[in-house]
Write a protein that binds this ligand. Structure first.
Ligand SMILES: [Zn+2]
Ligand SMILES: [Zn+2]
Ligand SMILES: [Zn+2]
Length: 363
């Protein structure tokens, strides 16, 4: 959506440094010739309500590994948690290592579990009731707490969701995964260390500062020679959705075209500290953000990751500097050799324009 008053906004080519993890940078290149990604149709996701042969659908409970918990405790289950049939981490089983996220290899033990998010096979998050989503986040909390209490060697519990074949979901029934591990994932570790360094220098949380900036930042960039207004940056230009307690923002250095992060507005390091009564507001912000993504992209397939302060010996020290968040990364294209080889993400949509489209789309 190029703005005629800002001639430069239609074509941007710049390297943006992630303010939290400066070693991570993104090439924002919106010119057509710079589009290095494959724009072919991605495999569609399964939208059926019930599939007779699906082990995660109601009536096939005997086909899943042992159940860990279900919600509600009485009556027909709405959310069901089971052990993973193909765990990447085995309980107390020595393994050579595994690849996860940023190709980090760890040895050891941990747990890998699956949460069946909803009894309806192909339901998307934005189609779920707010009360259901709030219960799902409550299940995440319950299980994270149980895992941390069960084994003090566990330092991190990663909750994530792959939705749709383009996001690597191997099982089409909507589900999340929980991996409890004895080390902190490399990307979380980088965020924790960098935000601690920022705190030591500036005495404030960098995530809080970014939220403030997203809400209030205003700047006018003038042309040096003519003095004409070149670009006007508006208030709230990175805000996608706002609740009472939570906010969805488009990162300045978005790695993915439609990447959005959801954070608590008030400083909070640990996802486990979200109070039960605030889960409804979180559910509402997540649901509306997903609806916006779905409306703009047309059937969003994505990965989301929950990043929270690690439960290691530094947990207390990092409480003032780290700020938990949910990273939503829709997959609209396939990474090219250039990206895989260089480690530089290429984003072909100007994040400010992407945020505007998400914010203004009719729900
Ligand atoms: Zn199913
Ligand atoms: Zn903060
Ligand atoms: Zn993060």
């Amino acid at each position: 959506m190029p703005d005629p008053n800002t001639p430069e906004s239609s074509e941007v080519r710049e390297i943006r440094i992630n303010p939290i993890v400066p070693s991570e940078s993104v090439l924002v290149a919106t010119a057509r010739s710079m589009r290095p990604k494959k724009a072919e149709e991605l495999a569609p996701r399964d939208t059926r309500k019930h599939v007779e042969t699906c082990p995660f659908c109601r009536g096939n409970e005997h086909k899943t590994p042992p159940v860990i918990l279900h919600w509600p405790p009485e009556g027909d289950w709405q959310i069901r948690m089971v052990e993973n049939l193909y765990p990447v981490l085995g309980d107390d089983r020595e393994q050579a290592g595994f690849n996860f996220g940023l190709q980090q290899t760890i040895d050891g033990y941990g747990r890998h579990e699956v949460i069946i998010d909803h009894h309806e096979h192909g339901i998307a998050i934005h189609e779920m009731a707010e009360s259901h989503l709030a219960a799902l986040f409550g299940v995440y909390q319950t299980r994270m707490r149980q895992l941390f209490e069960s084994d003090e060697r566990l330092k991190y519990v990663l909750v994530f969701k792959n939705f749709g074949p383009a996001a690597g979901a191997s099982i089409p029934h909507t589900h999340s995964q929980v991996i409890a591990m004895p080390v902190v994932p490399e990307n979380v570790d980088a965020e924790v260390k960098n935000s601690a360094a920022h705190y030591a220098k500036h005495h404030h949380c960098i995530f809080c500062a970014l939220i403030d900036e997203a809400l209030t930042f205003e700047a006018t960039i003038y042309d040096r020679t003519s003095g004409a207004v070149r670009r006007k940056i508006n208030v709230g230009q990175y805000v996608v959705e706002r609740g009472e307690k939570f906010i969805a923002i488009k990162p300045f250095a978005s790695r993915y075209e439609w990447e959005v992060h959801i954070l608590p507005l008030a400083h909070q390091a640990d996802f486990l500290d979200v109070r039960g009564e605030d889960l409804a507001d979180l559910a509402r912000v997540v649901k509306r953000t997903m609806a916006r993504l779905d409306a703009v992209i047309g059937g969003a397939q994505y990965n989301f990751f929950l990043h929270s302060v690690p439960h290691d010996s530094q947990q207390r020290a990092h409480a003032p500097s780290y700020h938990w968040h949910l990273e939503i990364c829709p997959r609209t294209s396939i990474p090219t050799g250039f990206e895989l080889g260089s480690g530089l993400f290429v984003n072909t949509i100007n994040p400010e324009q992407a945020a505007e489209r998400l914010r203004t789309v009719e729900l």
